[in-house]
Design a binder for this molecule. Sequence first.
Ligand code: C5P
Length: 237
Amino acid sequence: MAKDVIIALDFAGAEQALAFLDKFEGVARKPFVKIGMELFYAAGSELVREIKARGHKIFLDLKLHDIPNTVGKAMAVLSGLDVDMCNLHAAGGSVMMRAALEGLTRADGSRPLLIAVTQLTSTSEQLMREELLIDRPIDETVMLYAENAARSGLDGVVCSPLEAGKVHSACGENFLTVTPGIRFADSAKGDQVRVTTPADARSLGSDYIVVGRPVTAAADPVAAYARCVKDFLGEEI
Ligand code: C5P
């Protein structure tokens, strides 16, 4: 199964994102990159096409959540951009998830991977109880949402590397775990609380690690990316 390192392009606009990617010119391995809401809303489809044309795989992290018809149609548009991975909120329910898969599937039967967000890491049990009227422990809701996603035919979930084993046991070894919260043992944690090194993420069974600032804010981003690839995949770039 394909495992990879995904660099989170958390930049405010196209100029910064492309200037960052320019540093990888001449590197044989084109990094898989994640484009989130900030960059997509600022730079849109044009930037997605430009980054694809430069040979990168793209995880478009827009976390869709709407009625099934709307999500299905929106996913069809994203699939037309030829991205490699998309996501949505499992909280939208199984009908929405299945509509998303249908929308993503291209005429030739191919489609980007579809990953579910379970509970956001910013959601606490207190918020669930007081604002959403969900009384169950957060771990239980995370696992139920992951199982719903798997039953709906999705390819995986975003989770912590620390949860990767549990997700694989519940949803199958082939169900992908896409895991942020990655830090080198010697780098700053920033606002991340529970962090894992690329090597630990590998032993915990993560399929994709999502790495932002340890690469984007490094003095030498190419070297930092190379270190992630070496530690997580055991390969040179
Ligand atoms: O800079 P850093 O490595 O913390 O970036 C992690 C990336 O993964 C960011 O784009 C962040 O939004 C995303 N992410 C996360 N935690 C989640 C879900 C997504 O850090 N639970």
